[in-house]
Design a protein around this ligand. Structure first.
Ligand code: FE
Ligand code: FE
Length: 330
């Protein structure tokens, strides 16, 4: 973003690049390449670089001056698509908030405790910014919760409920299990969808792009630090523990693949497709990926992109953790 926020911040203090709104890598670079030792991202790091850094001047996750186009306030497929996305993602972030609070509870040292305490707050902020973005689309403040329930309650029950049912016993009050479940299975799978969202809403709505950008900056940090914890844990343990963690990942992936996440994503992209075609002028020649205009893309292509990114992110994170790719879940 080139609104000068970066300049203002730089004059006041030096923000770590990976937490800087303007300089942070996109989620694919960040999630595949960024290395972050959680000893360097303690509570003080978070207060300085996130609370007083990337979040400076933002109100509920976005710049107060950034605009929402009229088309997103009128009934239509583009608005429906964004409503569905914000409602479901807000409910997912609520689940992530609770999961991270449990990981915090299971921490055995200050580094673990402080990192997951800050991630808990990050996820609560994401839930808030997605939820409150519905107000930008014209939903009254006192109807946010019931609107989310109406739009995405059923999807939450189909996706998040089974994950809790499996995840809570699998977590077993053990820090490293919680880190694996949150980092590999939740964030590693959801992050690439976040990247797709950041890219596709960018030419349409400044406010939406702000919210997506903010979430992406945080997710890269979560993935990097979570992977560090797993790598460090495995480096100190024997082969049997490595096998146990691999089995947890394989079982989690198997569960994940049985969920109707693809169906939900396709439904949302079909609405986006209709909305995009009705509002081609808004999108213009904007490119979703180098050489590929958003307006020329199809539902299948965008869903396929997110799926490819998911595999790239997961593979690179598992390699970093010292876990050869687990056998495909089938
Ligand atoms: Fe999040
Ligand atoms: Fe996260």
């Amino acid at each position: 973003m080139t609104d000068g926020r970066g300049d203002t911040m730089a004059s006041e203090q030096q923000i770590a690049a990976e937490a800087d709104w303007d300089r942070a890598p996109n989620i694919l670079e960040g999630a595949t390449e960024l290395e972050l030792d959680p000893h360097d991202c303690d509570l003080e790091y978070w207060l300085r670089n996130v609370a007083q850094g990337s979040l400076m001047g933002l109100v509920r996750g976005r710049r107060p001056t950034s605009k929402v186009p009229d088309v997103l306030r009128r009934d239509g497929p583009l608005r429906d698509s964004l409503m569905a996305e914000m409602a479901f993602r807000s409910l997912s972030e609520e689940a992530a908030t609770k999961a991270c609070a449990l990981v915090t509870m299971a921490a055995s040292d200050i580094t673990q405790l402080e990192f997951y305490a800050t991630q808990t707050l990050d996820e609560a902020r994401h839930a808030q910014s997605f939820r409150c973005h519905l107000m930008d689309l014209g939903v009254p403040a006192d109807q946010l919760v019931e609107t989310m329930e109406r739009v995405a309650g059923e999807d939450r029950d189909r996706i998040l409920e089974p994950l809790w049912t499996w995840g809570l016993p699998a977590f077993d009050n053990t820090f490293i299990n919680g880190v694996v479940i949150v980092t590999v299975l939740l964030e590693g799978v959801l992050a690439p969808t976040t990247e797709l969202s950041e890219r596709k809403w960018k030419p349409i709505s400044e406010a939406t792009a702000d919210i997506e950008r903010g979430a992406c900056v945080d997710e890269s940090r979560h993935l990097a630090a979570g992977s560090w914890f797993v790598r460090d844990h495995l480096a100190r343990r024997d082969e049997a523990e490595r096998q146990r963690v691999l089995e947890l990942i394989t079982e989690g992936r198997r569960r994940w693949e049985a969920l109707p996440t693809g169906e939900i994503l396709i439904k949302r992209e079909q609405l986006f497709q209709r909305g995009m075609e009705e509002n081609a002028a808004l999108i213009g020649d904007y490119e979703l990926a180098p050489g590929r205009r958003l307006i020329d893309t199809t539902v299948e292509e965008r869903v396929g992109m997110a799926a490819t990114w998911t595999i790239e992110v997961q593979d690179s994170r598992l390699r970093y953790m010292g876990l050869a790719e687990p056998p495909p879940a089938s």
